[in-house]
Design a protein around this ligand. Structure first.
Ligand SMILES: [Fe+2]
Length: 260
């Protein structure tokens, strides 16, 4: 049904509404860059893995539960050096807010408002989980540890479900919107700025999760981009992480396809 531009709304396939921007381009765009899906794959792997460990760990066993708790304890005061899973989840939301959302804000403020509201909710749940993990870590009573463990597992499942739904939402809203409004070169520049502002330890942690989470074609595309668009030291950096974390046969295939 035709509607005047001022009242027309685009309904995305999943039902999320998005206002049509008056600044929308009038020619078909061919951008293929996707700043969200590869890092989201890394985050899904973190969530699936941590969820599995969390629901089976024996919280009475302090030694066994230390590593799981460490992944749940976000140090807000020291987010730069932290490597726990919740820290990486929190860091990712921050990267989107500083490196991507500002570019989309003038184009579709309603969409950005919706995504930022999700990020606030993510932050609220993340603080609650960290507090619960701190409390469990400081408790010696076996009964209390079991009780807190059940609560943490339940809260973490709620948090993970919310985070997963949020990533799905971004992939059907802001990902196509960016392909519509930005060129590949512009999106690569945004990605470069995000990665360039990240401490190497944190970048290394994201890549450690991301590289084994991608398909062979995605890895080939990513490494081709690095080979042709980044300094040789960065290629070496990525190759070191890939060789240590991706299945050796798959990594050898990527090396052969890309030529490095
Ligand atoms: Fe997000």
């Amino acid at each position: 049904m035709w509607l005047p531009g001022s009242v027309r709304a685009v309904i995305w396939p999943n039902g999320y509404p998005r206002r049509t921007s008056s600044k929308r381009r009038e020619f078909p765009l061919t951008a293929t860059e996707d700043l969200f899906t590869p890092i989201h794959k890394a985050i899904r792997s973190m969530i699936y893995g941590l969820g599995g460990r969390l629901q089976s760990v024996d919280f009475v066993d302090q030694a066994a539960s230390t590593a799981v708790l460490a992944d749940l304890q976000h140090e807000f005061a020291n987010a730069v050096s932290a490597t726990c899973v919740l820290c990486l989840l929190h860091g990712h939301a921050h990267s989107e807010e500083t490196g991507v959302f500002p570019s989309m804000q003038p184009i579709d403020p309603g969409l950005i408002r919706m995504l930022l509201d999700d990020h606030h909710e993510i932050r609220r749940r993340l603080i609650a989980l960290t507090k619960m993990a701190d409390e469990l870590g400081a408790t010696d009573s076996p009964e209390r540890r079991i009780e807190l463990g059940v609560r943490i597992n339940r809260e973490a499942n709620e948090f993970f479900a919310f985070y997963l739904a949020h990533m799905n939402k971004e992939e059907v809203t802001i990902v196509p919107a960016m392909k519509e409004h930005f060129t590949d070169a512009q999106m690569r520049a945004m990605q470069g700025a995000i990665m360039g502002s990240m401490p190497p330890e944190r970048l290394s942690n994201y890549l450690r999760w991301m590289l084994p989470s991608l398909t062979l074609d995605e890895l080939t595309g990513m490494l081709t981009g690095v080979k042709h668009g980044a300094p040789p030291e960065f290629m070496q950096f990525v190759n070191g992480i890939g060789a240590a974390n991706v299945d050796p046969v798959r990594w050898a295939t990527v090396r052969q396809r890309v030529g490095f």
